[in-house]
Design a protein around this ligand. Sequence first.
Ligand code: DAT
Ligand code: MG
Length: 165
Amino acid sequence: MSDFYNVHSPGVRQTVERTFIAIKPDAVQRGLIGQIIQRFESKGFKLVGLKLMSVSKELAEAHYGEHKERPFFGGLVSFLTSSPVVAMVWEGDGVVASARKIIGATNPLESAPGTVRGDFGVSIGRNLIHGSDAVETAQKEIALWFKEEELSAWTPELTGWLYED
Ligand code: DAT
Ligand code: MG
């Protein structure tokens, strides 16, 4: 039983590991929203938050705050604010690390085929998608991008076909 399996009612599975995923402006402009969402959905993760939004400079700078001293920071912020993004929260056991595998390495030229970046990208500055890098980062990013009331706790009917208990 994982640390994230927290039973409040017998027989009701309540996983609480969540990650923040953003489909970046390049992927939205290239018409890849559906294909990207499908990868998380068919894997078996649960969508609990979803919105198409324009990103303010303040939000982009806060989101990428860890990179503010890097030479590419200005370009990264302009890119993220250049056109709408799809912000999402996905939930499931191990979703943070698994989503990073679905996404692939930061540089699409080094991402494995079968990953989002490996299949659709050629440039590190246009790498299509963001995913939180750790559970703690995910919690901070979810709080930065979403209000609590924008997230839906729900139990898919097929949960018993995805998890053993
Ligand atoms: P990741 O998005 O895989 O978590 P990261 O956190 O190291 O990667 O960097 C955030 C984003 O910044 C990344 O998705 C693309 C951009 N970036 C990273 N390194 C870069 C570089 N050397 N040149 C240009 N952009 C870069
Ligand atoms: Mg990162």
